[in-house]
Design a protein around this ligand. Structure first.
Ligand code: PMP
Length: 318
């Protein structure tokens, strides 16, 4: 995903207030940079030109997950979830976004000294919003491979926390996949079961049932994963969360990734074995169509996932 052409002038939230991106600095010795001791979120906002509205998706879920990640690293968010939602809306307003956006909140160990630890280190918090550009090319499907890198285990660094340092694991897998001519990697856990993509959860369908690794398979408990499970069940599709073997990827009729940045991206092949007929499968299509309508306010049933940036402000002022 490319960053904004005008990143320096973007309004961010840092050091407890709103300022320009180029005014918010961190020092070279910052713990979070040196030791990977930070955690973050990725939140999407979808712009509806027809309604002239920006819909922020699952803000509450993302900020609650951030609070959990922070707790695991012995940090505490400086604001409550409700306050964080307000700040995020205000950030979008101050930037006057009329485009899809990607919001990146982060909290990190901010001391500038040497000595790796979690305790007795102050933390800093920031939110950076940028216009969103596409992450995985969903028009043609994803060619995936099983990575030679294993997903970090909960006994090493807990993957249910979105920890910056943990993304070395994802980056190794992603770059290996791309270097070998694939679009995305599927990581297995230490015990050989399917875990997830480099930055997506994974689902597969077989005989009309949807399967996804359960939370004990070293996955990030994705917000999109949760939304997709809800949509699928609402459509009457059985969803089973359990350990999945590598061979099941080859036997699957459908496979798709889910993630805030990736959306719902279908997989055309795994390790050069075509999935189904190589097209987007019927379950993925139904779920994706509903999800894509939901994130622009077109599915009243899922309205609670959305925060309206402009209408909310109008309502507040009125
Ligand atoms: N797994 C990993 C490792 C990720 O980085 C992401 C992206 N946040 C996901 C899964 C999907 O999570 P979500 O749907 O909350 O974006």
């Amino acid at each position: 995903m490319a960053t904004s052409a005008n990143l320096d002038a973007t309004v961010v939230y840092a050091s407890g207030g709103f300022r320009r991106y180029d005014e918010a600095k961190i020092g070279l010795l910052t713990h979070g940079l040196q030791y990977g001791t930070g955690c973050f979120e990725g939140i999407r906002g979808y712009w509806s030109a027809a309604e002239r509205e920006l819909f922020l998706v699952q803000l509450r879920e993302h900020y609650e997950r951030l609070a959990t990640s922070a707790k695991i690293l012995l940090m505490e968010l400086p604001l409550s979830t409700d306050e964080l939602i307000d700040v995020t809306v205000e950030l979008c307003l101050r930037n006057a976004f009329e485009t899809d956006v990607y919001v990146r909140p982060c909290i990190f160990k901010a001391a500038q000294d040497v000595g790796v630890r979690l305790h007795d280190v102050p933390s800093a918090f920031a939110i950076v919003p940028i216009p969103f550009t596409s992450y995985l090319d969903k028009s043609r499907g994803v060619r995936a491979c099983v990575s030679s890198w294993r997903r970090a285990d909960d006994t090493m660094v807990p993957p249910r926390a979105k920890i910056t340092g943990l993304y070395v694991n994802s980056a190794l897998a992603k770059s290996e996949a791309v270097a070998n001519g694939y679009d995305e990697a599927i990581l297995l856990s230490h015990d050989g079961h399917v875990s997830e993509g480099s930055a997506e959860n994974i689902f597969l369908a077989r005989r009309g049932v949807l399967y996804t690794p359960d939370p004990s398979q070293n996955v990030l408990e994705g917000c999109t994963r949760r939304a997709v499970i809800e949509i699928a069940r609402d459509h009457g599709v059985e969803v089973v969360e359990r350990a999945i073997d590598r061979g099941e990827l080859y036997a699957a009729e459908e496979i798709f990734f889910t993630g805030t940045a990736a959306g719902i991206a279908y997989v055309t092949s795994v390790d050069q074995r075509v999935v189904g007929n190589g097209e987007m499968g019927p379950i993925a299509r139904r779920v994706a169509e509903t999800y894509e309508r939901a994130v622009v306010g077109g599915e009243p049933r899922y309205a609670s996932w959305l925060t309206h940036v402009y209408r909310r402000t109008a309502a507040t002022i009125a």
